[in-house]
Design a protein around this ligand. Structure first.
Ligand code: UD2
Length: 344
């Protein structure tokens, strides 16, 4: 099936209309979603918008400065959205604004096979650092519900286990996340959440991860490719036969698939996009170089994220600290791949 453009018009009052066309370029001020299949059953009612940035009266915080700020890193993208680093926001202000909106935050995390061993540290440290004081539900997708640890959760936070089958190839788990997440969002999560984050379970939080990360679609710079890597060296999918193909000479950044988030309805569209693109690949006997991460990078190239998060939002215990990384908020753990994966 050929490419279909969905014109997704976002009116100021939060209403949306969808219209379809397969030839002309999108008019200005409309969000274009490059979509691969029959879009007639795509639903989006845009339940959540960050309409009002209302700060509580009398809140005490440091005065913001127009002439002072980070000089060692770029804190804005060339499509003019924030690139978030420590020092570019005030947690007191931003949390106070978002707490007034009181969003429901969903975290979808997969723990299949031996990866259940990572749940305890992930959940315990999330309770210490992830959206403290906000409503959070951890949707744990697993083939071993009995191995979900019993941990103490703060008020208005809960764990919802979701059953999925075991797998014999790690690639199937990684890609299968898109299929299962799509189904669970559709069946349950979209009714219970405003924002959704997809996260790898083999990670721990070391510092605050809060409201500064929220936007319609927020993507995280991959820690390995943000410093000086030329775009032609990014590990994008380069085979034309794959739906994730990105031509040489194109690309903004390389984003990780280990942490990404946004409005639940926009995340639904994106998760579904990754699933459907990978299904087309599967039928054509090809698997994108970095599974869903390759499809995600393709999507974000042509549908720019509304916020870009620095590698503070996914560092790695494998890596040496860098001077510009003032805070490691969440970090991928060192693991023995051969030991934890079902195949190697
Ligand atoms: C990288 C990405 C990951 C994904 C993958 C694709 C980082 C930090 N992570 O991770 O997001 O794009 O490459 O190849 O860049 N899982 C299970 N059971 C399994 C295998 C995987 O539950 O048997 C889940 C689990 O949530 C895990 C995630 O899938 O955190 C990603 O798998 P991985 O950590 O083995 O992949 P890795 O480290 O290559």
């Amino acid at each position: 099936m050929g490419t279909i453009y969905i014109y997704y018009t976002w009116y100021g009052n939060g209403d949306v209309s969808l219209s379809f066309c397969n030839t002309i370029a999108p008019p200005e001020k409309e969000i274009t979603i490059l979509y691969s299949q029959d879009p007639t059953n795509v639903t989006s009612n845009r339940k959540w918008t960050e309409k009002y940035m209302v700060a509580p009266e009398g809140l005490k915080y440091r005065q913001p400065r127009a002439m002072l700020g980070r000089k060692d890193v770029n804190s804005v993208t060339n499509w003019n959205v924030p690139l978030v680093w420590e020092g570019t926001f005030d947690p007191v202000v931003i949390d106070a604004i978002y707490k007034k909106m009181d969003p429901r935050i969903a975290v979808v995390v997969f723990a299949v096979g031996k990866y259940t061993r990572f749940l305890k540290a992930f959940l315990e440290t999330a309770e210490t650092y992830f959206f403290v004081g906000f409503r959070v539900t951890y949707y744990v997708c697993t083939d071993h519900k009995d191995e979900i640890p019993k941990i103490e959760l703060a008020e208005r936070r809960k764990i919802t286990p979701l059953d999925i089958p075991s797998a014999t190839r790690w690639q199937d788990v990684v890609l299968g996340r898109m299929k299962w997440a799509m189904m669970f969002i559709d069946k349950q999560i979209r009714d219970e959440s405003d924002y959704l984050f997809m996260m790898d379970v083999d990670s721990v939080f070391y510092a605050r991860f809060g409201a500064e990360s929220l936007s319609r679609l927020s993507a995280v710079l991959h820690r390995s490719f943000y410093r000086t890597t030329q775009r032609d060296v990014f590990p994008y999918e380069r085979r034309k036969a794959s739906q994730a193909f990105i031509p040489w000479g194109e690309g903004d950044y390389y984003y990780t698939a280990a942490v990404w988030g946004g409005y639940v309805e926009d995340m639904y569209i994106l998760v579904r996009y990754c699933y459907e693109q990978s299904e087309i690949d599967r039928k054509n006997n090809i698997e994108a170089a970095w599974q869903e991460e390759s499809h995600l990078n393709k999507y974000f190239l042509y549908n720019k994220p509304t916020k870009v998060l620095s590698p503070e939002y996914l560092w790695s215990d494998y890596d040496q600290p860098q001077p510009e990384i003032w805070v490691k908020r969440i970090s991928q753990l060192v693991k023995n791949y051969a030991e934890v994966r079902p195949n190697w």
